[in-house]
Design a protein around this ligand. Structure first.
Ligand SMILES: [Cu+2]
Length: 292
């Protein structure tokens, strides 16, 4: 691992810790991964078992469709693995994971060529009791208390990127340009290299930057980097998708279809089609549109 990627992954972890405080389950990051790819599965453990103080063990069952290449050791924890299972166990109460902290338990391996969901069952043991994250869809209760961690294995060409909180700033008649905003998270890393939409003649990924004492925007050359498992937010006065040469006004309540184009580290191209609502989401301050 180079110094650079090490720094990036530390940054990613900081973001992760800040953004998943509410997650109770043991999960994999949303967004999926490409069929046939080498995948780093980072299981997020967000809290200890019910009424427990600390997590003392994590055992992950590896499904058919995931061929283990490596499990990442954890300081102060014993690690045991075989092709079916990886288990971490705290060597002492002092090295157990306190309930107030969050952590990732990481395995790397090769994914099946077959698109579709993969489920990893995870047994979490604690100083008191355990939690068996092992429920699969369609088994028993509608609302699963202890779902297994799910990974969406994606067909070739489908981008492994989680896109959420999308919106377009409304326009008034005669206005020729506006901005689109969203949160992007690529579990395996990617670059946003382009956007297209029938609503605009030109769509570009822009950044806002201070030049001297003037805020200016310009196209992000070479694409917007999405470090693995780090949420990158496109927002007013930051990165944004610039829609220019609008074909018609975009009133609040309308929907703009958009195709996002990505490339992975090897230059493999993929796309995601999203339907973006016009209008700022609740609680989002929407200052006046920026001039070009
Ligand atoms: Cu712009």
């Amino acid at each position: 691992m180079t110094h650079r990627t090490h720094l990036l992954s530390r940054l990613a972890l900081v973001t992760l810790l800040a953004s998943t405080a509410a997650s109770a389950h043991v999960t994999l990051p949303p967004g999926g991964a490409a069929a046939g790819s080498d995948y780093e599965a980072a299981f997020r453990v967000g809290h200890a078992c019910k009424d427990a103080q600390a997590t003392t063990g994590i055992t992950v069952q590896l499904p058919d469709g995931f061929r283990l290449s490596e499990a990442q050791a954890r300081k102060g924890w014993m690690l045991a693995s075989n092709p079916r299972e990886v288990a971490w166990k705290a060597e002492s109460p002092a090295t157990a994971l306190p309930g107030s902290e969050r952590a990732e338990f990481i395995v790397r391996g090769k994914l099946t060529d077959q698109p579709g969901p993969l489920y990893f069952k995870v047994l979490q043991t604690c100083d008191k009791g355990s939690a068996d994250w092992a429920q699969l869809p369609g088994t028993g209760a509608d609302k699963q208390a202890f779902p297994a961690a799910r990974l969406d294995v994606l067909a070739p060409g489908v981008a492994a990127v989680d896109v959420r909180d999308t919106w377009v700033r409304p326009t008034v008649p005669g206005q020729s340009g506006t901005g689109a905003f969203m949160k992007l998270n690529a579990p395996s890393g990617a670059r946003l290299v382009g956007v297209s939409t029938p609503a605009a003649g030109i769509a570009e990924v822009h950044e806002m930057k201070m030049e001297g004492d003037t805020m200016r925007m310009r196209e992000v050359k070479g694409g917007l980097t999405l470090p693995a498992r780090q949420t990158v937010e496109l927002k007013p006065s930051g990165y944004h998708v610039m829609l220019m040469d609008l074909k018609q006004p975009l009133p609040k309540g309308a929907t703009v279809p958009m195709t996002l184009r990505f490339e992975d580290a090897k230059g493999v191209a993929s796309t995601l089609a999203v339907q973006v609502p016009v209008g700022a989401p609740e609680g989002t301050a929407a200052p006046a549109g920026h001039a070009h």
